[in-house]
Design a protein around this ligand. Sequence first.
Ligand code: PEP
Length: 248
Amino acid sequence: MEKKYLIIGNWKMYKTPSQAVDLAAEILKAGCPENAALVICPPFTHLWGVAAVLKNSAIALGAQNMYPAAEGAFTGEISPAMLKDLGASYVIIGHSERRSIFRESDELIHQKVKAAQEFQLTPILCVGETLAERESGRDREVVAEQINTALDGIDDAHLVIAYEPVWAIGTGRTATPEVAQEMHAFIRDLLKKRFREEGSQIHILYGGSVKPGNAAELFAQRDIAGGLIGGASLVAEDFAAIARAAEK
Ligand code: PEP
């Protein structure tokens, strides 16, 4: 069976709402190969406008975070029900910037994965080791702990994993295809143990300085089924070129 790639753009805290509408329209116009599916994750304030651009298109909408409750006295937070109503079908959870800057714990990330699934949002669970953890040989242990805690007691395989080594995010330093594949194969085994046959179907994406120039060799790896793209997703031609790399 041909691999169906998933290419997800994480716009982080970039673009104004009106710039986001223009960028979404450019991405839509640039098209996408048949063996890839695109998802755009703009900031919360841009979801409404971007949803209108993407309506009836093949590009799906995602958010970058959420709070794990339907509603309540959580000033400044956004619920999965709100995201669903805006037309989102995906939500990024546990991005390394949220883990490091906002001190999100594996336990909170677990609550978020559970709440996302309860509201029929597909969680994009981000995992990855720091440079110090890799250099001390603890990379697999760290990634296994992040996955096992986040998915504790979860038997619904509707989720995406993004392996994003922290040392590769926004640094211009990409993991080699071999290093990335090795960790992806390790994650695949963990998922198969946990979800059995369904564990083979879960998309495991690579993230960390993916660009048009390195996407094809990463996507050619057996267990890499697409990418979570930060910086390069803010330029429509680059994002489209990364999606086309799935064709090669
Ligand atoms: C990210 O934000 O998840 C990411 C991988 O960023 P970048 O592509 O810029 O490294």
